[in-house]
Design a protein around this ligand. Structure first.
Ligand code: F3S
Length: 403
């Protein structure tokens, strides 16, 4: 692999042992994937920050890096953790877990990471078309490639951390245009409403199941709203391994990518398949937790929810409602009075974490209703929590006292 002079200096240990070891890992992964050179990145985002998923070995690893004086060389953010660090009492998490989680986060902060704890790093720093990133959260990666036209592979948490310490990644995969061309065209039945987050999530779930990690071209009737695109890309990245979709009228440079790709195999998503995945009101009687915020809720989602609950007389009795968001969006929403409105209506607004990466979820609920295809995929697998995916319009009816 060709290395620049600065990269040679990093590798030789001139810039410290952690940098040398981090670059060595990136070079070895790059060589295994056929990369001819490394490329500078402008933003690293590290997943695997919850003590629930990384455990003691993960804590010892990041602590030892911080103790050795490792420092990030680019803007670097951190994925959600297992507890709301600013308000640990909001979820039922034991003190021992909370202490361990704090140590993980403190180690990252000592290395210079932003105190972000969110899967929506794009809401903190908007990626530019064509810029190179090293991100380790599949939903964020898919959105960066699909919506912003930035370039990132689906990195594992440790590799994204190595990129944070060196400011480099390897030039392969999604960093090369030839791998960003669509390989199949997905056509949607007319009755499928991609404007609804729950339906968009269900479509993403089906596309991921049908296509694995193939880059699809999604043909829709008009560009879906931002939050629906997030729901689609997160679900497609969970049930399959889709790192990028080309969405007509949305993805920067989509016409060029389609022209370069040439004729494509066609795959249908039928309304019947979506209906099978998204049941009707009959299953809702069983639901004791409604959840919104996977990926972490945007300001617009929080605003809309506060308005809905105000209009419909507040939260239905006997139902818990959790909304997870970033501390960044939470801060803005609190200033605007939105958090207070939601909390007055009985909604639990949670920062820094989500029901999938927190130990607070397991064994507590009969059935969880979510608009997120990604949550629907992971809740039973990681938390053994039965879940159902619902359209946003139905979730609003479910949570309201006056339906
Ligand atoms: Fe984010 Fe948790 Fe979903 S980390 S993408 S809210 S599984």
């Amino acid at each position: 692999m060709h290395l620049t002079r600065e990269e040679e200096r990093m590798l030789s240990g001139e810039l410290g042992e952690p940098v040398a070891r981090a670059l060595d890992v990136i070079v070895k992964v790059g060589e295994a994937l056929g990369a001819e050179r490394l490329i500078p990145i402008s933003h690293a985002h590290v997943s695997g920050a919850s003590y629930l998923t990384i455990g003691e070995p993960g804590l010892l690893f990041v602590k030892s890096l911080a103790d050795q004086g490792a420092r990030v060389r680019v803007f670097s953010t951190l994925n959600p953790v297992g507890v709301d660090l600013a308000n640990p009492g909001v979820l039922d998490v034991d003190r021992g877990f909370w202490e361990k989680q704090k140590m993980v986060v403190e180690s990252f902060l000592r290395m210079g990471f932003q105190e972000s704890m969110t899967c929506t790093p794009y809401l903190l720093r908007k990626p530019r078309p064509g810029e190179h990133l090293s991100w380790g959260e599949s939903s964020a990666v898919a959105l960066a490639n699909t919506y912003y036209g930035a370039h990132s592979n689906r990195e594992g948490g440790p590799l994204a951390l190595m990129s944070a310490l060196t400011g480099r990644t390897y030039e392969a995969g999604m960093h090369l245009e030839e791998n960003r061309l669509p390989r199949a065209q997905v056509l949607l039945d007319r009755g499928i409403d991609m404007g609804d987050e729950g339906m968009a999530g269900a479509v993403g779930y089906l596309v991921g199941e049908k296509l694995g990690s193939t880059v699809p071209l999604i043909s829709t009737r008009g560009p879906p709203p931002f939050d629906a695109i997030r729901a689609y890309t997160a679900a497609a990245g969970a049930s399959g391994g889709i790192a990028m979709s080309v969405i007509e009228g949305v993805t920067p440079g989509w016409r060029r990518l389609v022209e370069k790709a040439g004729p494509l195999e066609r795959v249908w998503v039928e309304e019947r398949e979506v209906r099978d995945l998204v049941p009707g009101e009959e299953v809702l009687e069983d639901v004791d937790l409604a959840f919104l915020g996977c990926p972490h809720a945007s300001l617009e989602e929080l605003e809309d929810l506060a308005r809905v609950l105000e209009e419909c007389g507040g939260l239905r009795e006997g139902l818990s409602f959790w909304v997870s968001t970033s501390r960044h969006v939470y801060g803005i929403a609190r200033e605007m009075g939105i958090v207070a409105k939601l909390e007055e209506r009985g909604v639990r607004v949670i920062r820094d974490t989500c029901p999938i990466v927190s130990p607070a979820t397991r064994g507590r609920f009969r059935r969880i209703a979510t608009v997120s295809g990604k949550s629907f995929f992971y809740l039973p697998r990681l938390q053994e929590a039965p879940s159902v995916i619902v359209p946003y319009s139905l979730l609003k009816r479910l949570v309201c006292a006056k339906r």
